[in-house]
Design a protein around this ligand. Sequence first.
Ligand SMILES: Nc1ncnc2c1ncn2[C@@H]1O[C@H](COP(=O)(O)OP(=O)(O)O)[C@@H](O)[C@H]1O
Ligand SMILES: [Mg+2]
Length: 319
Amino acid sequence: MSLASRLRAIGVLGMNRRNGVYTSRWNRRAHYPSVDDKLETKRLLRDAGIATAPVLAVARTYSEVRGMLRELDAYASFVIKPAHGAMGNGILVVSERDGDWFRRTGGQWIDRRALAYHSQSIISGAYALGGQPDVAFAEERLSVHPDLRAISTEGVPDVRVVVYRGVPVMSMTRLPTHRSRGRANLHQGAVGAGIELDSGVTNFAVCDGRAVDVHPDTQQAVLARAIPDFERVLEIAVRASDQTRLGYVGADVVVDEDHGPLVLELNARPGLAIQIANRAGLVPRLEEVDRRVRPEMHWPERIALGREIARRARGGALQ
Ligand SMILES: Nc1ncnc2c1ncn2[C@@H]1O[C@H](COP(=O)(O)OP(=O)(O)O)[C@@H](O)[C@H]1O
Ligand SMILES: [Mg+2]
């Protein structure tokens, strides 16, 4: 069997069908701005009492950059990112500072001028989804949960949860590597490890499209790892998705050492590689949700449904 037909046989969702059937039907364009703009997402979730990564400073224009950097003088580490960024582009993680010198994750030291220049490029739209003028903001640098430290280098892992019609259908953790420079994006070279929804434990992993069982930098096992506080991760992913009025959402959650699980961002066009990291297709799960979800179900019931569907899918019952 060719790879394409093997993928079809396990119900792997492709880009055309994701766009043509799922996002076009369930994600109305009018609701995109609330997730495409990370600051808007934070506002939306704050109103609903859902924790997000704390914002330290914002620069909307070139002339506000100096003020943003001045506010950051109070912090030894932080992250500067574009409000409309994606796939880790434009994210600069500062892990250490010495006066006007800042150490980026990855080891390189840059000065204040370089930091200002980076912030200005963000504002000019260099990293924005559509190339339009953007907003630069700084976030508190989150810290890696001790349980995941051995399998994350330079940065913070996140947990991606795909939520369909309010039901969590698939999940993976993305583990940063030296090469991904502290960002947990697969495109940047991070490891993606599929998580069993019912147990919260990793059971398969890929890096650069190849199966791996250890982290490439630390050689520590990435399989059979329990995600800390996974119950709460699912809860905030689902409740955040409920706030967006989008039916197909990729929620990025970080389990911060001090704050616990918080939403980093939400995506209206989540990538499809999560299926590779889980060795499983989304289609059977999405179709099962269509058959079984009811409008009156509250989030705990929808989480229970998603877990049951994932468990049966793994047993082969739906494939
Ligand atoms: N505040 C933060 N602290 C530490 N790492 C972060 C922070 N924000 C982002 N990162 C790292 O960068 C990755 C991408 O961030 P995210 O906000 O999801 O942007 P994108 O839309 O580009 O994916 C995260 O998965 C994480 O590894
Ligand atoms: Mg992300």
